[in-house]
Design a protein around this ligand. Sequence first.
Ligand SMILES: C[S@@+](CC[C@H](N)C(=O)[O-])C[C@H]1O[C@@H](n2cnc3c(N)ncnc32)[C@H](O)[C@@H]1O
Length: 229
Amino acid sequence: MEAVKACARGERRLVASVRRFRQRAQNYYFRKLARYLQPMEYRRVKEIRSRTDPQISVPELLYLRWGIRAFRPRTVVEIGSFNGASTSLMADQVQQLGVGKIYAVDLFAQSTKSKGHGGGYWRAFDHTMQPYTGWFEKIEGDSKTIPWNHPIDFLFIDGDHSDAGVSADIMKYAPLVQPGGCIFLHDYADSPETNSMVKTAVDRTLMCDPAYRLLGQVGSVIAFKKLHS
Ligand SMILES: C[S@@+](CC[C@H](N)C(=O)[O-])C[C@H]1O[C@@H](n2cnc3c(N)ncnc32)[C@H](O)[C@@H]1O
C-alpha cells in the first residue's frame, strides 16, 4: 500500500515538474521573441529616420508608429511634412498594413527661408517618399487655406508652430476627425528648445474639450482620441 502511495506521489511530482518546465520554456521563448521583435521595430524606425535629416526623435516616431498600427486609419492627414521623416514612417506602416493613405500638407516649394527652413527640403521629401508611391499624396500649400473637407481618421499636426497657426490647424481639421479617430501633435513641450506655443494652443483647445480623451505623450508628441463630434 505504502509503495502504491509513494508511486502516485512520484507521478504527481513528475507531472507538476513537466508543467513547470513547459511554462518556463514558453515564457523563455516568449521573452526571447519579444526581445527579438522589439529591436526589429526599433531598427526599422531608426533606419527610416536615418534617410532624412529628421526633426523628430526615434521614441516619438515609435509612438506615431504605434498610433498608425493601433488605429489602422484610412485617411491620415499630416500638417507639416518637411523632408518626410514622419511622413515616410507613417507611409511605411500604412504600406505594411495594406490600408490607408497619407495626405502630406506642407508649404513645400512655396516656403521661403523667412518661414523657417532653407530651400530645397521638398526635393528631399520627394526622394524620401519614392518607395511609398501610391500610399501618399502631396498637398502643397498653406494648411489654413488649402481646400480640405473630407473626414479624417488620423491627424498629425506639426506645421506652423505659432499659437495662431496651431490653433487654426486644430479649428480647421479637428472637427473633421471621426469619432474613434485620433490627433497627434508634435512639439507639445514647455521648454525653450521646443516651441511652447504648441502647448499653449493645445491646452486651450483639445486638452479641455470633453470630445477628446488624452491618450498619452512620448517626448513632445501628444495624442488624443476623439470620443464624439
Ligand atoms: C517641424 S517641420 C515638420 C517636420 C516633420 N513633421 C518631420 O517630423 O520630419 C514643420 C513643417 O511645417 C511646414 N509649415 C509651416 N507652416 C505651414 C503652413 N501654414 N501650412 C503648411 N505647412 C506649413 C514647414 O514648411 C515645415 O516643413
